[in-house]
Design a protein around this ligand. Structure first.
Ligand SMILES: [Zn+2]
Length: 240
């Protein structure tokens, strides 16, 4: 069973996350899908994505329609990707990246590094000029020899290895243009995608509450207690 947002949960979540930064919303969504008491901020990005994909599938189904422009011929494409296609390979028999940091050698440094977590995203302002460096530096938990500032090349080597340490951290769509056969990959941020859906649903729902409250004199909780199918009937009756 995939976790499913109720309409009341969805409205509450939208109200809490409205105007918040993207990582805050991602963690709000993930918390709704996680077992009670799970500290979602400490999950790796792949684990967070797995929760978000479960919640998306349980709440809105497994097909995600996406729009993209071909970078080669500029044709607009409409594609659909499934939650299964976006799920990482899983971490069966793999070390837990939170408990088991990895080591690498780069430019004479022995670096011990760990996977990125939700807490790292919360801590770094994504639009600040040093955001990428700040995030990568947080993954470095040990170095030999010790340096105040690690060379850019060392941090880039860490960046390249993060995908192996935490498969599923980056969700990408492989795309092929049907017009010119150009192939490329596009990044899809599952949390942003799901948040846009939550926001759209919440706004539609509140609009329905508004209409039905005005016509029938119902309260918000009266309207939410009516099933979506019955609500549709009343709305159609109102419009007719
Ligand atoms: Zn094309």
């Amino acid at each position: 069973m995939r976790p499913e947002l109720t309409e009341t949960q969805l409205l509450g979540m939208w109200e809490t996350g409205d105007g918040q930064a993207s990582p805050v919303r991602a963690l709000l969504l993930a918390a709704a899908a996680a077992p009670p008491g799970e500290a979602v901020a400490d999950l790796t990005l792949a684990d967070l994505n797995a929760l978000l994909l479960d919640l998306r599938e349980g709440s809105f189904g497994s097909a995600l329609p996406c729009a993209a422009d071909c970078p080669d011929c500029d044709e607009p494409l409409e594609v659909s990707v499934t939650t299964d296609e976006l799920r990482g390979p899983g971490r069966l028999n793999m070390p837990d990246p939170r408990r088991d940091p990895a080591k690498l050698l780069a430019e004479g440094y022995e670096i011990t590094y760990r996977a990125l977590t939700g807490r790292d995203l919360l801590a770094v302002d994504p639009v600040s000029p040093g955001a990428r460096r700040a995030l990568l530096s947080r993954c470095v938990i040990g170095m030999d020899p010790v340096a105040d500032v690690l060379p850019e090349g060392v941090l880039e080597t860490v960046a390249q290895r993060l995908a192996d340490l935490d498969p599923g951290a980056d969700t990408v769509l492989p795309l092929t243009c049907p017009y010119c056969r150009h192939t490329w990959t596009a990044a899809l941020d599952v949390a942003d995608y799901l948040w846009a859906e939550v926001e759209g649903y919440a706004r539609r729902l509140l609009h329905e509450v508004h209409t039905l409250a005005r016509v029938y004199g119902w309260s918000e909780s009266d309207v939410l207690a009516v099933s979506p199918a019955r609500r549709r009937f009343y709305l159609e009756a109102t419009a007719g």
